[in-house]
Structures are given as structure tokens and as C-alpha cells.
Design a protein around this ligand. Structure first.
Ligand SMILES: [Zn+2]
Length: 328
């Protein structure tokens, strides 16, 4: 996601600019009827999450919609090329790199059904409110580059008008559902990467689409409950998928996912232990090496240390902050 990446953008600068997807050692072919619009985690601006477009009897389903206008435009262009409307959006979680494009899709398809948990409500009163305030400071700073200002203003427009991105179909429990005429297993993971993460399992193609429950280079723990997240990964492992599409990064085989999950579990266990910070950071870099490309290696080291100290090694209250409903 996130505000932290925004700050980092300023420091790392253009030298690290990368548009390619992170990772690269993994890879699993997508089943028929799936179209991936890859996101990216560039080092000089906020990321876009992956979008997966699925065919359904009544039209297209877009799983997540990205942050930047160019990403949203690719979703609209694909629908136009296919001569099929986007009739449903499923948002894995409320982070703005997965939901901001809801507004672009909604403007083109005003009747689109938007499925998500209601976790955005707590976020609007807390995390997103703070993010907006930080953004205001950066907007007032003459040193902030124009492109970053545009990104901040786009984020502010949906925070100030949450009806642009909020669900009109709230998912409150897991179950088999029909979305746009297509049956899908909809899973709700409570208190994982956010207060309510949705992920899909498609029995017909044995594909799991999991949003930021899996992020190739590093689990984005800014709003995470690490132990709840581990439980969610266990639930993902329990379905018999053969292809998994993460929130950021390339599609994974089951073996890739199990390796990533092992790295996640080791990292959280290390965080809960007395091991030195460096041992946990090095442990992640080692266990997840397959998923970390050279361009992101330094950033990953910093991010892992940050998540370790904030989400796993801070005061008990701070550690549990995202393991219960967010309230103002
Ligand atoms: Zn994300």
C-alpha cells in the first residue's frame, strides 16, 4: 500500500524506478477466462495492486481496481475490447491501491455491484483520516513533486467521498455465492491484512485469488494482525487450488504459495521470539528470496524491519491494534 511507501518514495528517488512486477522467479499460467492486469510496486510512487478480470454469464467481474488512473483505464479498455460490461467489483480489502479505481469503473458502469467487507468504515475513521492529514502536509509542501501531488489528490478525493469506492454489497461471512451469474467461494478473513479481507476460490479452475494475503516481496503489515493473517493463510492452504493470484506479484503455483507461507510463518515466529531484529530480517530475505527481485531487495529489508518493530515487537496495545475493530 501505503503512506509509508509514499515517504520512502522521496528518499529513494528515480534511480530505483521500476515498472516491472516484483519477483520473476515464480510463475503459473492463468486458466482460461482469467485476465490479469498486473500492478506494480515502483519505488518512486504508490503501488497498484493486481486486478483480475473474470468472465461471468452477466458480464465481467473485476477483482480489485488499483490506485492510479492508468491502471483503472486498463480495466476499462479490456472491457471495451471484449464488448462486455463490468457488472461486479470484488475488493479484497480497502487499501487504496486496490480500491481507488472503483470510482473510475463506477463512472463508466454506474450499476456495478461492489462486493467487500465493511472494514473500510473503521479505516475511514482512523487510518485513512490520518493518511489524509499527512497528505495535506505534503500537498502544502512546495518540494512535493507534481506527480506525487496528483496521487495524493486522487487519494483524498475518495477518502472525502467514500461512496465512490465503498461496497454496495457487504460480505459479512464466508460462503458460496453467485456473483454476476458465476458461482464462487467467497472467503472472509477477519483481522488479517486488514479488519476484513475477502478472497475467492473458483472450484471450476482450482484458482484462488487472495489479494494482499500474499504479496510476493514482503507482507504489507501496515494495518495487519499478524496472527490473524497466519490463520487466513492456513485457510487458503486448506482449499485445493493449483493456481494462486496474489495481491502483488505474479501468479503462483501451490508449491510457490507453500514456500511463501512458510516464510511468513517463520517471520512471525521470529518476531514473537527473542531473536535479534537482524536475524528475523535476514530470515525473511532468505526464506522469501525466490520472490524478491534485486530492485526491491533494499526496500524489503527496511520494510521487514519496520513491520517487525511496529506490528510484532511494539507494546502489547500497539501489537493488537489491528486485531480488533478499528474505532475513532
Ligand atoms: Zn496492496
Amino acid at each position: 500500500m501505503c503512506s509509508r511507501l509514499g515517504e520512502k518514495d522521496m528518499r529513494i528517488g528515480l534511480a530505483m524506478f521500476v515498472l516491472s512486477l516484483a519477483g520473476g522467479a515464480t510463475g503459473s499460467a492463468l486458466p482460461q477466462g482469467y485476465h490479469l492486469i498486473p500492478g506494480a510496486v515502483p519505488m518512486n510512487r504508490g503501488p497498484d495492486g493486481n486486478t483480475v478480470v473474470l468472465d461471468a454469464p452477466k458480464g465481467l467481474i473485476a477483482f480489485d481496481t488499483g490506485r492510479h488512473p492508468e491502471h483503472a483505464q486498463k480495466i476499462l479498455d479490456y472491457a471495451q475490447a471484449r464488448h462486455r460490461p463490468i457488472v461486479a467489483i470484488v475488493n479484497s480489502h480497502w487499501h487504496l491501491d486496490h480500491t481507488t479505481g472503483n470510482w473510475d469503473v463506477r463512472q463508466a458502469y454506474p450499476h456495478v455491484a461492489v462486493y467487500a467487507s465493511n472494514a473500510i468504515e473503521g479505516a475511514l475513521a482512523t487510518f485513512l483520516k490520518n493518511e489524509r492529514a499527512q497528505g495535506d502536509q505534503m500537498l502544502a509542501d512546495p518540494k512535493t513533486p507534481a506527480a506525487q501531488k496528483a496521487e495524493l489528490l486522487r487519494g483524498r478525493s475518495v477518502i472525502d467521498h467514500p461512496e465512490r469506492i465503498r461496497p454496495n454489497h457487504i460480505i459479512a461471512k464466508s460462503g458460496r455465492m453467485t456473483i454476476a451469474g458465476r458461482p464462487l467461494d467467497v472467503h472472509l478473513a477477519r483481522f488479517a491484512a486488514t479488519e476484513g479481507d475477502l478472497w475467492l476460490y473458483d472450484r471450476r479452475s482450482k484458482t484462488a485469488i487472495v489479494g494482499d494475503l500474499v504479496v510476493d516481496i514482503v507482507p504489507f503489515m501496515d494495518t495487519a494482525c499478524p496472527d490473524g493473517w497466519a490463520k487466513a493463510l492456513k485457510e487458503v492452504a486448506a482449499v485445493p487450488f493449483t493456481t494462486l493470484i496474489p495481491g502483488h506479484g505474479e501468479p503462483m503455483t501451490r508449491a510457490d504459495f507453500l514456500q511463501w507461507k512458510g516464510a511468513y510463518d517463520n517471520f512471525v515466529a521470529c518476531g514473537h521470539s527473542d531473536a535479534p531484529v537482524k536475524a528475523c530480517v535476514d530470515g525473511w530475505q532468505r526464506d522469501a528470496a525466490k520472490f524478491i527481485d534485486a530492485e526491491h531487495k533494499a526496500y524489503v529489508g527496511e520494510a521487514v524491519e519496520y513491520y517487525l518493530t511496529t506490528r510484532l515487537r511494539s507494546s502489547p496495545g500497539e501489537q493488537q491494534k489491528y486485531c480488533k475493530p478499528l474505532e475513532a
